[in-house]
Design a binder for this molecule. Sequence first.
Ligand SMILES: Cc1ncc(COP(=O)(O)O)c(C=O)c1O
Length: 233
Amino acid sequence: MEDLAAPAVLLTPAHQFPTGVPLRPERRAAVVDWARRTGGVVLEDDYDGEFRYDRQPVGALQGLDPDRVVYFGTASKSLAPGLRLGWMVVPPALLDEVLAVKGGTDWSCSALNQLTLAEFITSGAYDRHIRATRLRYRRRRDALVAALAEHAPEVRATGIAAGLHAVLRLPPGTERPVVRSAAWQGLAVHGLDHYRHPDALLTEPRDALVVGYGTPPEHAWTGALEALLGVLP
Ligand SMILES: Cc1ncc(COP(=O)(O)O)c(C=O)c1O
């Protein structure tokens, strides 16, 4: 890996957002090697690691070097984003500094919510909740992939079977009209272009739709899927 001119790098190694791919083993090793050689820090954003459907989750990158990698987890996907609860595993050498900075800014994180989450975890109820939601989201993803094969064969779900979003590759030139039609149908989905850096160079068309399947309540899910199929080429 070429040396980065930066003191820290933020990654989503288990499931890149938005593309939905994992960091390959050799890239995982390379980024840790970069941090060791340069004194850099890797920030590992594990925002949806509880939800892997095709295999056991890969271990955290933080395990490769707990002195150089800061691990971030969140309840935003596993419970609800409105809770504003997350956690960090911090290298010992950085702990005092992190506590000082967080202590000065983090007065709004509810103590009651933190204690409730702690009780939820120690009682085993959090694990049960994760197992049940993992099954529910897995079924949604499977239903989406099966529906594409049947009704929109030109569209393909890419990325690993994980998390709460899928990236649907679209035929070249169709991303903008599909995003516009989706908005007309009341679907809150973005094109991949929404996430692209303005200076990014594209060597080939990458038309795609980023579809989150976690948000609709159970009773609205089938209707949302049908509406989506209605706007795909
Ligand atoms: C890449 C990524 N990281 C982290 C998060 C969680 O963010 P927050 O804890 O601010 O809700 C999300 C949520 O969508 C995300 O997509």
